[in-house]
Design a protein around this ligand. Structure first.
Ligand code: UFG
Length: 333
């Protein structure tokens, strides 16, 4: 067996899927989570340490107890719109929280970090598909908080000889294909689950945030990547660091952009139901087009996506939704 890995945010959507993939690769994932947005029942592949990442002593306690080889720092607040309304919460959780994780790591001699960053750090890029070298000009407090996290990590690595892989996630979606965990957000704002809820009458309709963007069909284009693929990349990043690999910042995406309308069409095909929709004004902080150049992650980590075709994304998300809301969903066969 491999060693322990401390996974901050291990009870959350991406964190719990990462814990599962790490366990499948032979690690012991130790989830560290304050359960503000995560779920105790999503921690199934190792211990849960309940604590806040801004509490350095609590982090140090968890590290001294479980002696992890490395940290996956995933815990964060991650809603663009909420960050515009409440930047204080975002800078506190995401910037102070990252500083605290780095300080706990330094004090305990942990020198390997995998950090969850975001394509939101690019803002509205000039180049598409966006490469890692594109200028990072975030347009929301959320994106800025993640960029600050990246900058602090680089400065620490330079000064204190620690090493990192920064992972810039594009749009995480889908659920564990085995259905053991899912996307359990209390107020769901993400497109994929909302579209499926609208297809099954759990929502009356899906709001499309703008059909007058400068895109082929007027709706926003994103790069949707299955959460199990994202999760697997963390294992590859840890192996890279364990081999003594260089510090990296990597996009995690498919390289393919899909519009909001294309997601609705795919969901209608998949469920056999129409997806009622209404056109709404554009949402603040939404870039019109964002999709990745994923080639650096392939070259450095050998990372390719395996579950990220839209039918697999929708199918796994729908199966998981059906397991929680069986009365609402009669699955097409
Ligand atoms: N959208 C709708 N209707 C909805 C929900 C979303 O039209 O009901 C649109 C959005 O305008 C956007 C796309 O669908 O164009 C995807 O929206 P999501 O809310 O699912 O995802 P975001 O792209 O806003 O945000 C996600 C993550 C962030 C991350 C960001 C980077 O939540 O953490 O991707 O784009 F930073």
């Amino acid at each position: 067996a491999r060693g322990a890995i401390l996974v901050t945010g291990g009870a959350g959507y991406i964190g719990s899927h990462t814990c599962k993939q790490l366990a499948m690769a032979g690690y012991l994932p130790v989830a560290f989570d304050n359960l503000a947005r995560g779920h105790r029942s999503a921690v199934r592949w190792g211990p849960l340490v309940e604590g806040d990442i801004r509490d350095v002593a609590a982090l140090e306690g968890a590290i001294r107890r479980y002696r992890p080889d490395a940290i996956c720092h995933i815990a964060a607040l991650a809603y663009v719109g909420e960050s515009v309304a409440d930047p204080a919460a975002y800078y506190s959780n995401n910037v102070l929280g990252t500083l605290s994780v780095l300080d706990a790591a330094r004090r305990t001699g942990i020198d390997r970090l995998v950090f969850s960053s975001s394509c939101a750090t690019y803002g509205e890029p000039d180049v598409l598909p966006v490469p890692e070298g594109a200028e990072q000009r975030p347009i929301s407090p959320y994106g800025r908080s993640k960029l600050m996290g990246e900058q602090i990590i680089r400065d620490y690595a330079h000064a204190y000889d620690s090493r990192y892989v920064i992972l810039r996630y594009f749009n995480a979606c889908g659920c564990d294909p085995a259905g053991e965990i899912g996307e359990w957000h209390s107020h769901e704002t993400h497109l994929v689950p909302r579209v499926l809820m609208a297809a099954h009458g759990i929502l009356a309709s899906i709001e499309i945030y703008g059909d007058d963007h400068a895109t082929p069909d007027g709706t926003c284009v994103r790069d949707y990547i299955h959460v199990t693929d994202l999760a697997r990349a963390h294992g590859l990043a840890l192996e890279h660091l364990a081999r003594g690999g260089e510090n990296l910042a990597l996009n995690l995406g498919t390289g393919q952009g899909l519009s909001v309308q294309q997601i609705l069409d795919a969901a209608a095909r998949q469920t056999g139901n129409p997806v009622p929709s209404t056109i709404q004004p554009r949402r603040q902080g939404d870039p019109p087009i964002l999709y990745a150049d994923p080639s650096l992650a392939r070259r450095t980590l050998g990372f390719t996506t395996q579950h990220s075709d839209i039918d697999t994304i929708l199918g796994t998300a729908l199966a998981e939704l059906a397991s929680r809301q069986p009365k609402s969903i009669v699955q097409a066969t």
